[in-house]
Design a protein around this ligand. Sequence first.
Ligand code: XIL
Length: 330
Amino acid sequence: MTEQLLSLYQQFEKDFKIGAAINRRTMQSSEEVIKKHFNSLTAENEMKFESVHPYEDEYTFEISDKMVAFAEKHQKAMRGHTLVWHNQTSDWIFEQNGGLVEAETLLKRMKDHIDTVVGRYKGRIYSWDVVNEVIADEEDKFYRDSKWYQILGASFIEKAFEYAHLADPDATLLYNDYNESNPAKRDKIYQLVKQLKEKGVPVHGIGMQAHWNIYDPSLDNIRKAIEKYASLGVEVQITEMDVSMFAFNDKRTDLTEPTEKMKELQSERYQQFFEVFKEYKEHIGAVTFWGVADDYTWLHDFPVKGRKNWPFLFDTNQQPKEVLKKIIAK
Ligand code: XIL
């Protein structure tokens, strides 16, 4: 008899949800793995502003509706990603009469967007990445210099949470960012959410994107980030985890397969990550991967276009890597 591998999400059912970002392709190509191993789904691109709201008077929900229906059919919880971001946001929202839109109009457009999108899936999406990536990476800068920020100052952040909360009072609302374990950026994210909480803004959690690699960030920095965020009394979610085989500045393009050394390091790191997540399970609501299996990942194009990467727990043939068995056995 062949050995039956237990399910990843069932292993952690008492601790936190296990999620995956999906798209139209992987909903099909990874359907069996999704069904068996994940109990939470996020749309990789299909709920972003430019996907659902290409023109002021036109919302396009065909694909996002299909994803929510897919999640419900398979009894998977659904996360929402994302409402207010500087990327993948239609230009029209920032424009008016050939120039930049007035603050008041931008705020009204943002509210309309949030009302419509969050309202449409009210009660069916348990958690939203309301505001994404507004903290600057530069150490001497606090906020990212986006059009949102240029036109509205920092006020759009609290407004976005207020509107989202009005549209679905039961959804867990997150602030989501990357480089979230870097101490300088971590402290700014902490400050931002602390200030919001002090003002009574309905922010319920912090999303750590966790675009990590086999060398960085250190376990110590990951732990400190979780602890610091949790100290605000908010939920922590790992929202976009992938573990790249390359250090961020490594631009090599010669590999068609990962080396043995890379595989070993990745295996070791994944085991350590899951040990840390278990340790902080009181604070962690979900651990979501930014994909399912190594045949498809956004890292095939980022940061080096066309370079393969192998960041997940399932290989290019949808088969579990050895490390998955170790994570499940623990
Ligand atoms: C990425 C998607 O995976 C790609 O398909 C798309 O081309 C660009 O965006 N932070 C986020 C995600 O919050 O929405 C991004 O997703 C990855 C970085």
